[in-house]
Design a protein around this ligand. Structure first.
Ligand code: ADP
Length: 541
């Protein structure tokens, strides 16, 4: 049968075939909320009717500033299912960036969790296209006083509608969701996902050698729903009928562990920084995991010590995974092949340290500086190129031009990661060619930090590079050349960043040098700086 692949199919399936399956959410309001897929589907239809009643049309962007929770999940399905585009804004960004991104996306409505009221108040009068602001709560919890114009109440919108909305059918290549990445230089860029790409990605992500999800699983996505759709898990869960557990804003070790145990969580997913907090809590209190079977770790390289602790001490399998916002995001997952099961523990960890094998649908190759393909021998390292039906061809509105490289008659997306690929197909990231810093799974734009530093009257030249940090993986280190005769201290320069960026973007350290190495074209040679400061010990470490 000819049938378009639509996001609404996932919800319809979950409602009809897993209607009693549970969705448990720790709410911003402070309590634990429970509902079923059947209720989720009904409320999503009513929410879709409410969107239509407010004039949200096909292709319109509807933004969210929200934690992982059932209302956010309802928005995932109500917005995309009705043909509008779900735009998950990242609340960790500076308000100026949120305004820029909301304007660029031309968001029409903004739904937000109460935790983000101060942020919404800061941007409400500045955003150009948002016509309605909706607080994701009930009447009893609505803020008494708010400067947000015409603030609406989520539960009232849902309650006002009947449950008779029918999910429309349309072209599967229509847009379903939008996510911006500041992972490259210049303005943030939008990755627009289609219904087709989202469904194909969900099939591939759920496979046994991928994230291995089933109806027997209880999945707790720690990775935020504003990070590449929580790596696709809200879609995969409906596809396989898994129980879902949402942690809301409580991502500390104790809160997560309590939820893992009380809800019988079998699998989870998140960046290494989150698991550090969890493991510290579990180890310090002599606890364990009674139901957890495996956890997906990605976004940054998973340290082998973390793998050992999870696997050897707690019997939790680590699935090391790699991907990008531009890839929906799953690209590779590290699961062993049959011949590797015979390897000893050390050899197995060496395999698991790699980012893994391409999931079906993702093709990848590595190339040298001239674009020649390099062998898959586990030694040759080159820029990693990818292609596939859930990998972007260009950014939203053509921002940044045509990103694809084409050297064999086919378009390949350059990941900005440098890697090897071994004979068994296992890819391992060895370096990064893109000029960014990744702290606890979130990007920090080095160029923005350099521009601010250069604006200081005592600074002649500034370069910002990633320095390694035991908790955050990477933190910004500023390397500065002062103007002749100028006086400037580390503290004075760091204070200069106040208010200009999100606080957590502030560099962890400043080193003053006589000169920054420049290449033939006058560009700062950051790879040489990274080499020089490889062992730099940050005062925050
Ligand atoms: P994600 O949500 O997967 O972190 P982003 O688009 O924010 O998506 O970041 C993608 C980039 O993060 C990759 O290009 C790579 O540089 C880095 N990355 C992701 N996963 C890993 C990993 N397992 N090991 C090393 N780097 C990773």
């Amino acid at each position: 049968m000819q049938q378009p692949l639509l996001v609404s199919m996932l919800l319809r399936h979950a409602e009809r075939h897993h209607g009693e399956q549970e969705i448990v959410s720790r709410r911003v309001e402070g309590d634990v909320h429970r509902c079923t897929y059947r209720e989720l589907a009904q409320r999503s239809r009513r929410l879709a009717a409410a969107l239509a009643a407010r004039g949200v049309g096909f292709g319109d962007r509807v933004a969210t500033l929200a934690w992982n929770g059932y209302r956010h999940m309802e928005l995932y399905y109500a917005v995309s299912g009705s043909g509008a585009v779900l735009h998950t804004l990242n609340p960790r960004l500076h308000p100026d960036q949120v305004v820029w991104i909301a304007d660029h996306a031309e968001d029409q409505v903004l739904f937000f969790d109460l935790s983000f009221l101060p942020l919404v108040e800061a941007i409400a009068s500045r955003v150009k296209t948002i016509k309605a602001f909706v607080a994701m709560t009930d009447r009893a919890h609505m803020p008494a006083l708010s400067t947000v114009p015409g603030l609406l109440c989520y539960e009232e919108l849902v309650e006002a509608q009947a449950d008779d909305f029918a999910w429309p059918a349309f072209d599967e290549d229509s847009a379903s969701s939008l996510c911006y990445t500041s992972g490259t230089t210049g303005n943030p860029k939008g990755a627009l996902y289609s219904h087709r790409s989202t469904l194909l990605h969900s099939y591939a992500a759920a496979l046994p050698d991928s994230l291995n999800c089933s109806a027997r699983d209880v999945i707790l996505p720690v990775v935020p729903m504003f990070h590449v759709n929580a790596w696709g898990l809200p879609y995969v869960a409906c596809m396989v009928g898994a129980k879902l557990v949402f942690p809301g804003p409580w991502l500390d070790g104790r809160s997560l562990h309590d939820l893992f145990e009380s809800e019988g969580v079998t699998m989870s997913a998140g960046v290494p920084t989150v698991w550090q907090g969890l493991l510290a809590h579990v180890e310090a209190n002599g606890l364990g995991f009674s139901t957890m079977r495996r956890t997906v770790i990605g976004g940054s390289a998973c340290p082998t010590t973390m793998m050992r602790t999870f696997q050897d001490r707690f019997g939790v399998q680590v699935l090391h995974a790699w991907g990008m916002t531009e890839m929906s995001p799953v690209g590779t997952v590290c699961t062993l092949k049959a011949n590797q099961l015979r390897l000893d523990a050390e050899q197995r960890i060496a395999v698991q340290a790699k980012q893994g094998r391409a999931v079906f649908g993702v093709d990848m190759k590595i190339v040298d500086d001239e674009g020649h393909e390099l062998p898959h021998d586990g030694k040759a390292a080159g820029e990693l190129l990818v292609r596939g039906p859930w990998i972007i061809a260009n950014y939203f509105k053509g921002e940044g031009g045509d990103p694809l490289v084409c050297n064999d008659g086919q378009g390949w997306f350059p990941t900005g990661d440098v890697s090897t690929i071994d004979g068994d197909g296992f890819m391992q990231i060895t370096d990064r060619s893109k000029d960014v810093i990744k702290s606890g799974g979130e990007w920090i734009g080095s160029i923005d930090l350099e521009n601010i530093a250069m604006a200081h009257p005592a600074v002649a030249m500034a370069a910002c590079i990633a320095a390694s940090h035991p908790k955050w993986d990477e933190r910004p280190l500023l390397v500065v050349v002062k103007k002749p005769g100028a006086k400037l201290t580390r503290e004075e320069l760091l204070a200069f960043f106040d208010g200009k960026i999100a606080r957590w973007w502030t560099p962890d350290d400043v080193v003053f040098v006589d000169a920054i190495p420049l290449g033939a074209t006058g560009k700062m040679q950051k790879n040489r700086l990274r080499e020089t400061f490889r062992d730099h010990r940050l005062p925050t470490a």
